[in-house]
Write a protein of this length. Structure first.
Length: 76
């Protein structure tokens, strides 16, 4: 991740956006502290976000079989 000062970000904003479009993440700093990040806008689904949680584990993601309905009491 590249880090740039606010003044440089103002002067080279178009070039920074081109770098972000190419996949780079850029941090913008003021007085040495990060105040913002420019990241690529990649649409993601929730499944993509959590995919790493279940890809490398032995988690069983199969849905359980439907249960038979329970009898209801007679309300005579």
């Amino acid at each position: 991740m590249r880090t740039v000062q606010v003044a440089e970000a103002k002067a080279k904003f178009s070039a920074l956006l081109a770098a972000v479009e190419a996949g780079e993440e850029i941090s913008i700093t003021r007085h040495g502290k990060i105040v913002a990040r420019i990241v690529p806008d990649t649409p993601r689904m929730a499944a993509d976000v959590f995919r790493s949680c279940w890809e490398d584990t032995d988690v069983d993601l199969e849905a359980p079989a439907d249960m038979l309905p329970e009898p209801t009491p007679d309300w005579d």
